[in-house]
Write a protein that binds this ligand. Structure first.
Ligand code: NAI
Ligand SMILES: CC(C)=CCC[C@@H](C)[C@H]1CC[C@H]2C3=C(CC[C@]12C)[C@@]1(C)CCC(=O)C[C@@H]1CC3
Length: 345
């Protein structure tokens, strides 16, 4: 008779482990002595000791192979926000997350840690030191965020002490660091096209940018503190650098670090937002004829021109979270990691 091995508490799976955050998480878990299975639709790298399972998380059978004898699952897979594909967000973030939960039950997984997003409460207007008890956005800024809300609800509602299945959601904000395919590349691309000359608004809006290693630290602390008698069960936690920074100062430091000029001229927020709305409308109307991807979408203008920073007091209290890498060092390390994006390179 086949015996079912008891899952080891140090055997985990990272769904989305080929991605930016996922790969940093995998590397740190390995350092901490975990055995790691990666599940992803693509295999982006090889790492001794890591077992790769290539597949779509909507495929329960494929997932089950990766979750065999695993006790902790980190779910950090999602289509990229820029993909702007409604059907894909629905299929992966909502239906796929249901499949992940079902597969965890079937495989006897004990803990599920979801990478959610602080944007689940953001509606495009100021949030200052927002706590986790803010209501979910009634009008989320985009469809990606709408599906992140549904995804977080599904995971937190699945938490069941009786069934021995515990869940928690981590809400990072503005993740950056080496190998990020989004923030620095978008910024440099915009600068190279000569479009990084303007500051939207008066430039005083504060935002959280969170170094990837701090986000990873929050995930691992959550996994290790998630127990039936802990306050983490079924809860969401903001994980930030705990150093809100002016959006435009942060952008300028990255740009200047890479040899580009920082933006200098101010434009009124409402004017830029209005133009972005108009461009977006035109892109929608012209979609049957041509595909236009404007740099200045209303969502991006809102992100660049409003305050949005969050308190991580709950994570400090319940899991002893403190950022490991301060912002200044994180920016230096990030800039150094992109030699190929330096001006003139
Ligand atoms: N990057 C950021 O600033 C923030 C990211 N997040 C969340 O963090 C998580 C990780 O984000 P990143 O690492 O930045 O993204 P990423 O795009 O680098 O990684 C996502 C990974 O998920 C995989 N994936 C996508 N669809 C899949 C599917 N159907 N089946 C299996 N794997 C699939 C991709 O292949 C990719 O490797 C996401 O859930 C995202 O929503 C939350 C807040 C901010
Ligand atoms: C804090 C947070 C949620 C960051 C997420 C990352 C991206 C949404 C940003 C990374 C680079 C940013 C950027 C802009 C908007 C927001 C980002 C895409 C602009 C398009 C805003 C308007 C400009 O003047 C140019 C900016 C380029 C960089």
């Amino acid at each position: 008779m086949a015996t079912r091995l008891r899952p080891s508490s140090k055997r985990c799976a990272v769904i989305g482990g080929s991605g930016f955050l996922g790969r940093h998480l995998v590397e740190r878990l390995m350092d901490r002595g975990y055995t790691v299975n990666v599940f992803d639709i693509r295999q982006a790298y090889e790492l001794p000791g890591v077992t790769f399972h290539q597949g779509d998380l909507c495929d329960r059978q494929a997932l089950l192979l990766a979750l065999k004898e695993v006790s902790v699952v980190f779910h950090c897979a999602s289509p990229a926000p820029a993909s702007d594909d409604r059907a894909l967000f629905q299929r992966v973030n909502i239906d796929g997350t249901r499949t992940v939960i079902q597969a965890c039950h079937e495989a006897g997984v004990q803990k599920l840690i979801l990478t959610s997003s602080a944007s689940v409460v953001f509606e495009g207007t100021d949030i200052k030191n927002g706590r986790e008890d803010l209501p979910y956005a009634k009008k989320p800024i985009d469809y990606y965020t709408e599906t992140k809300i549904q995804q977080e609800k599904l995971v937190l509602e699945a938490c069941s002490k009786d069934q021995g299945f515990l869940t928690v959601a981590i809400r990072p904000h503005g993740i950056f660091g080496p190998r990020d395919p989004q923030l620095v590349p978008i910024l440099v691309d915009t600068a190279r096209r000569g479009k990084m000359k303007f500051i939207i608004g008066d430039g005083s809006n504060l935002v959280d940018f969170t170094f990837v290693e701090n986000v990873v630290h929050g995930h691992i602390l959550a996994a290790e503190h998630l127990k039936a008698d802990s306050p983490l069960c079924g809860q969401a936690y903001h994980i930030t650098n705990d150093e809100p920074v002016r959006f435009w100062d942060f952008m300028s430091q990255i740009l200047e670090g890479l040899g580009y000029s920082a933006p200098r001229y101010h434009l009124p927020y409402t004017l830029v937002y209005g133009i972005a709305l108009l461009l977006w409308l035109m892109a929608v109307l012209l979609r049957p004829l041509i595909q236009i991807k404007p740099t200045f979408t209303p969502m991006r203008v809102a992100l660049a021109g409003t305050h949005h920073y969050y308190s991580c007091a709950r994570a400090k209290k319940d899991m002893g979270y403190q950022p490991l890498v301060p912002l200044r060092e994180a920016i230096v390390r990030t800039v150094e990691s992109y030699p190929h994006l330096r001006k003139g390179a």
